[in-house]
Design a protein around this ligand. Sequence first.
Ligand code: NAD
Ligand code: UD1
Length: 332
Amino acid sequence: MDILVTGGTGYIGSHTCVELLQAGHKVIIVDNLSNSRADVVDKLRTITGLTPVFYKADVENRAALREIFAAHRPEAVIHFAGLKAVGESCRLPLKYYRCNLDATLSLLEVMEEFGCKRLVFSSSATVYGPDNPVPYTESMPARVATNPYGWTKIMIEQILRDHTAADPAFSAVLLRYFNPIGAHTSGLLGDDPNGIPNNLMPYISRVAAGKLPHLTVFGDDYPTPDGTGLRDYLHVVDLAKGHLKALEYAAQHTGAEAFNLGTGRGVSVLELVHTFEKVNGVPVPYVIGPRRDGDLACCWANAEKAARLLGWTAEMTLEDMCRDSWNFVKNA
Ligand code: NAD
Ligand code: UD1
């Protein structure tokens, strides 16, 4: 199948492109490189022996998208492109609403023009907001976010529900990711944020590499077994594979359907730190600091719907995640 992948040179997009290429799909990447590098395309070729088509273009740019659709007539789209930094979204909300909403609207309009009816969208566990109890199930209300980034995900989910209601032939799969970490086993692809990382695993890796002096654990007074926050970490390669299952689902169903992609298990900050140290044989010095504004104590998935309807379950262990994250940082 010819599949257009927006944001395909990014962290999750690049791992998904590996799986798509290895499964025999033709991959057309559209990315403006605002948070990734063009050499990812070479790395995809090195890993798979196959070459995706790459366009450096903004998904907000309808004229550019039209040319790409006219040249390739993709049967389905996986839409990763968007801005994702929670803190930045609070400082620059208009930038986030403009980018994430405009990109999606332009994409849907051009898909409509070319009769492309299948979309897999990168949503987030953040749509469950602060009020639902864990574990989160897809039937819970997902209507309150705590930051502009989260609001863009809620709004885009709604846009997709409205669009599929108006076009009964359209299929939108909303994948609500929990916390992807890890990297491709080749060590060529991984999460490589610019500047000081906000997220836990990239921060741990840089501390282990001696590039940052220590990790600050944001709070040890949560109502959890060791007092630190619990999250549902999943390996990015497992997550990537979920997109292939979502494409299969979209080929057989219409309408908008949400799925959690997580392991169903909560892991504490300290459990992740200690697993990383043990698996990789490197120390990760840390200090306990205050809670971070906006953080929840607990966030993990009920992952049964994806298992039942997509035939997808996360298979890789926390040890795999820690080993592969470190392997990527060591090679960088
Ligand atoms: P990423 O920043 O590594 O990848 C996003 C890619 O999109 C980048 O390569 C960037 O250059 C590109 N991009 C951004 N805006 C664009 C635009 N207007 N036009 C073209 N390209 C554009 O992020 P990621 O971690 O791979 O996340 C992918 C998607 O998954 C995002 O939508 C993100 O919100 C969502 N998500 C990520 C996480 C996570 O923990 N990483 C969790 C939940 C949801
Ligand atoms: C954050 C975002 C979420 C986004 C996700 C992936 C918030 C409130 N949520 O989730 O919307 O989908 O990133 O991009 O920002 N921690 C530390 N020290 C650190 C960093 C993190 O103790 O230096 C802790 C956090 O308090 C949390 C856990 O590690 O308990 C995971 O944090 P992080 O990786 O930032 O992910 P989330 O906060 O779950």
